[in-house]
Design a protein around this ligand. Sequence first.
Ligand code: URA
Length: 325
Amino acid sequence: MLEYHFSAFLSLHRRFRRQCRARAMLALTASSAPRTAGWPVRAGQPPPCVVSVRAGGKKGKRGGAGGGALSTASSPERVDRLLSRLGYCARSEAKRWVAAGRVTMDGEPVKRADAKVVANDPRLSIDGEAPDHPNGILALMHKPAGVVCSHDPREGPSVYDLLPARWRGRNPRMETVGRLDKDTTGLLLLTDDGRLNHRLTSPKKHVPKTYEVCVDADFPPDAPAVFASGTLTLSGEAKPCLPATLRVDEASRRRATLTLVEGKYHQVKRMCESAGCVVTSLHRRSFGGMTLEGAAEPGQIRVVTKEELDRSIGDGEEGGRGDGG
Ligand code: URA
């Protein structure tokens, strides 16, 4: 009986993962950019969606989402390193890829796995296509309920399982930008760019994040003022929450949008609890100016372009342009 339940759970879990991956593929294939090797990139050019901090970025430079951190420049690197960095194959397999002629420069097979190439070189191809986001990825996922933001398989189905296989093989690996709880749905960013991740989660950055929240009892009339006051200290915290905007639905006082400019542990749920309300559903609809447009269905994933990031996240201490929620 137990075995039956377990195998039924496993098959459900596998089906869920297949469905989510299929949706992710759908969102990616819907991109207007020409596609190569399954992912949208512009042949012969650095892909439009590239967000990079690895080369050419001047630390501290202002004017753009990542300040000087964003760049599409690239420096020479070994082919085997490039292949493993972008998730094509393990470094140990790279010789076989090269021997099979899968990596070409100007149409000619590259001869050695230790040959130096520049990832953005428009003459470089892997399996006939431009390298897959050679300078880093910023992806936006519509997180479904029931998946955790963790690499630990003991914690159950993970948002990382929903990524395309090649992205799962990238090194540095893809990491979530902050976390959403297992039961929370909505906008989740993931990137393999550690500095960008740090900038997006930095408490100094004050990026507004808007949540749609349902609770089990009416919000008290003073909740918006208390949340906005900057004096609400959650239990176990040394500092009060930064001012947050609570807009209670006039038709039902059990529904609201809440905009936070920080990300304390379980912050929405704990703030609502402090107002005597238990959260029954939670959905993040925006992060800075980024929304779920282009990833309307749970499980869908799209790439965030550098331009979208620049538009969506300011570079000042005062934070990015929210959706006004
Ligand atoms: N706050 C929470 O309580 N949970 C989330 O998933 C996100 C913010």
